[in-house]
Design a protein around this ligand. Structure first.
Ligand code: HEC
Ligand code: HEC
Ligand code: HEC
Length: 218
């Protein structure tokens, strides 16, 4: 009697272990599938969720084989997520690009070529009024100095080339008092506007150069 009972108990325990392992494998496969569908929406959140799920699953069981399985599944899921993330970025889906993947994409791009979507228009903005010609270049401010678009838009400038020069106060006095470029070019955040005049004032010759015209003498 005693032996029989022990036998059936051992069998029961083994069956339990078997079932638990099967259940775990199933749950990992199912959650991987689910996750693969979710990735397009919110890659990073899903990765975190998935990792938590796998960690929970691994925790609820002992045995290295099982933990290894969980880790494998995690790696596959992460790789998938990585590929999906790249795809999403390439889709030029602005909303998604603006979300979590944005910063990573920037970090990866590093020294890469200028991207107008990220750093603003590449061509310099040149004002001809009241004096000819003052140049503003987005690259030095966004890509190089790391300023966000909303640092300038629309507090100091509209997103429309030439808008500022329609205003009567677009003059040095306003700039020296902290308006327009003077919000930063005060000798503190950036070089002061009462120095290096020629850095902003590219002059008549500068305008011709920007327009690709031949340089002619005075
Ligand atoms: C340091 C200030 C500054 C920052 C930062 C800045 N801009 Fe601008 N932006 C300007 C100025 C100045 C103009 C010209 C406005 C004018 O002429 O009145 C301009 C104009 C524009 C225009 C209109 C161009 C055209 O041809 O009509 C766009 C588009 C623009 N910015 C996009 C951006 C984007 C996108 C960012 C962020 C990546 C950005 N800007 C960051 C200062 C800035
Ligand atoms: C939100 C702050 C901010 C505003 C507004 C701003 N700048 Fe700048 N600017 C900077 C910073 C920061 C730098 C880089 C540090 C430096 O050169 O002092 C810079 C650098 C420059 C440079 C130097 C580029 C080079 O080749 O070294 C020029 C030219 C310039 N700005 C022109 C302008 C003009 C023109 C305006 C107004 C139409 C303007 N900036 C408005 C922050 C600003
Ligand atoms: C940070 C950029 C910047 C610097 C530096 C700068 N300017 Fe200007 N300046 C401007 C802008 C922007 C305008 C208005 C647009 C235009 O006239 O084309 C302007 C306009 C002017 C004007 C015509 C309007 C007025 O105020 O009478 C004069 C003159 C002038 N600047 C002189 C100077 C002199 C002199 C220096 C050096 C001591 C200087 N600027 C340095 C950006 C700058």
């Amino acid at each position: 009697m005693v032996l029989q009972k022990n036998d059936s108990e051992v069998l029961k325990t083994m069956r339990h272990i078997q079932l638990t392992i099967i259940a775990l494998i199933l749950s990992i496969s199912v959650s991987s599938l689910l996750f693969a569908q979710e990735t397009t929406e919110k890659p990073e959140e899903s990765v975190i969720l998935e990792n938590t799920k796998n960690a929970d699953a691994a925790e609820s069981l002992t045995g290295e084989a099982v933990e290894e399985k969980a880790t494998d599944a995690e790696e596959i899921v992460e790789t998938e997520a990585g590929i999906k993330k790249e795809d999403a970025a390439e889709l030029e889906n602005e909303e998604e690009a603006e979300a979590d993947t944005d910063e990573e994409a920037e970090a990866e791009d590093g020294e890469e070529e200028y991207d107008e979507d990220t750093y603003g228009p590449e061509a310099p903005i040149i004002w001809m009024r009241p004096v000819k010609g003052v140049a503003f270049v987005h690259k030095v401010h966004t890509m190089d100095a790391g300023l966000d678009c909303d640092t300038c838009h629309d507090d100091f400038f509209e997103m429309e080339a030439g808008a500022a020069e329609e205003r009567d106060d677009f003059i040095m006095k306003t700039i020296y008092e902290g308006g327009y470029c003077g919000a930063c070019h005060d000798g503190d955040s950036a070089f002061a506007a009462n120095t290096q005049c020629a850095t902003c004032h590219i002059g008549v010759m500068g305008v011709k150069r920007e327009n690709g015209e031949e340089e002619v003498g005075h």
